[in-house]
Design a protein around this ligand. Structure first.
Ligand code: ZN
Length: 397
């Protein structure tokens, strides 16, 4: 069912367990009128609309991505919508979080979102969770839901949502946004890769700026969150091709959609063949946020992009190592660079020869500085960090 809409495949039987099986309800006459544009579509029809009504979807966050998720899922007739949020509406939220009004500033986002949803569709039961999602409460909250839609903007929660979904066998409809760029996927470990298969390690703390730090175009979460809502509805209906095993990349500035194929990592610590993560962990610590507010200064030798280009032009022998993730490498890379993602550097160190001159790079120079620091501790001496990484290469070379 998740793959193609072939009839009676084993996957379709699995799908039946995804939505809660309650006695088939009927739609009221009001509902039949309300959902008439769905009911006349063969892909939805009465059967699909009843599936939507019986479905329980949990939205993590009532912010930028949570807005279109909650609004469209409610309008579409998803019967039960859980929302996890503990924040209050801030004046700076209104530029994109259109589930909240100017009058809602200072109110709990949950209250404001619930009121808006009620106005849109009083048939929807909203279950608010006024709490920060933690390792202690995530499994209990998730357990009752068929699908989790992740609208968070921080790495500890993203890994927490992923792991909780893998442990409970639930699909995690993922979206993320930054400035003009968005991503979406469906991480469903029973059918494909999870978020950890794609990003085994979190980025070093402070490397990826948040929307609060870097900004986001107001309409972008509207688009990405709508894609998430679409994927949720498709999963409930069991129609079409979901984004399982695919990462959709959206560049709003150039209006381009691209897609990367994702593979399940058999070594994945949570969904692989021999998982090492079998219960929820401390995600703040995992993401290096706790106790590492100030990163100690170390002397990492640096080299500029123009110097590297000159070495290359003069055919000086050196080895260029790219420590980004494979999907970043696929998008753009410096010719001749060997890919060793930061997380693999320790175990693949033997592929490097300490007698060689080595230049390490990443996107901006932060991850590669960590790699250089590690390799220096391991005894490498002729090693340099490419200052400002691919960004400098693109700018200066
Ligand atoms: Zn995985």
């Amino acid at each position: 069912m998740f793959m193609n809409s072939k009839e009676t495949t084993p996957k379709e039987e699995k799908m039946a367990t995804l939505t809660t099986t309650t006695p088939i309800e009927q739609l009221s006459n009001d509902e039949i009128l309300r959902y008439s544009r769905h009911l006349i579509m063969p892909e939805v029809a009465m059967e699909g609309q009843l599936k939507l009504k019986q479905a329980k979807v949990l939205c993590i966050g009532a912010g930028g991505l949570g807005t279109p998720l909650a609004l469209y899922l409610a309008a579409a007739g998803v019967g039960t919508l859980g929302i996890v949020d503990f924040d209050v509406v801030d004046f700076t939220n209104l530029q994109r979080q259109i589930i909240h009004d100017t009058d809602d500033v200072g109110r709990l986002k949950l209250d404001s979102a619930r009121d808006t949803i009620r106005d849109i569709n009083p048939n929807v039961e909203v279950i608010p969770y006024e709490t920060r999602l933690t390792s202690d409460n995530a499994l209990d909250i998730f357990r009752d839901y068929d699908i989790v839609a992740d609208g968070t903007d921080n790495f500890p929660t993203r890994y927490l949502v992923n792991d909780a979904c893998v442990l409970l066998g639930k699909p995690n409809v993922y979206g993320s946004i930054f400035r003009f760029e968005g991503q979406a996927s469906v991480f469903y470990a029973q059918e494909g890769p999870c978020y950890r298969c794609l990003y085994p390690e979190p980025p070093p703390p402070g490397l990826v700026p948040s929307c609060a730090e870097g900004g986001v175009l107001g309409v972008l979460p509207g688009i990405v969150g709508s894609l998430q809502a679409l994927e949720v509805i498709k999963l409930i209906l069991g129609k079409g091709d979901p984004l399982i095993g695919r990462l959709l990349l959206f560049d709003a500035l150039h209006l381009k959609f691209r897609e990367l194929k994702l593979r399940k990592n058999p070594e994945c610590p949570v969904c692989g063949t021999h998982p090492t993560i079998t219960k929820l962990i401390d995600y703040e610590e995992f993401c290096g946020i706790r106790g590492e507010e100030h990163v100690p200064e170390t002397k990492v030798p640096e080299i500029s992009a123009t110097e590297v280009k000159k070495m290359s032009d003069e055919s000086q022998p050196f080895v260029l190592i790219d420590v980004r993730e494979p999907h970043e490498y696929d998008i753009c890379n410096i010719p001749g660079a060997k890919l060793i993602p930061l997380g693999e550097v320790p175990k693949r160190m033997h592929e490097l020869n300490s007698a060689d001159e080595i230049v390490v790079h990443c996107r901006s120079g932060v991850r590669s500085a960590k790699a250089v620091e590690f390799l220096m501790q391991a005894g490498f001496r002729r090693i340099y960090n490419l200052k400002s990484g691919v960004l400098a290469w693109a700018r200066d070379v």
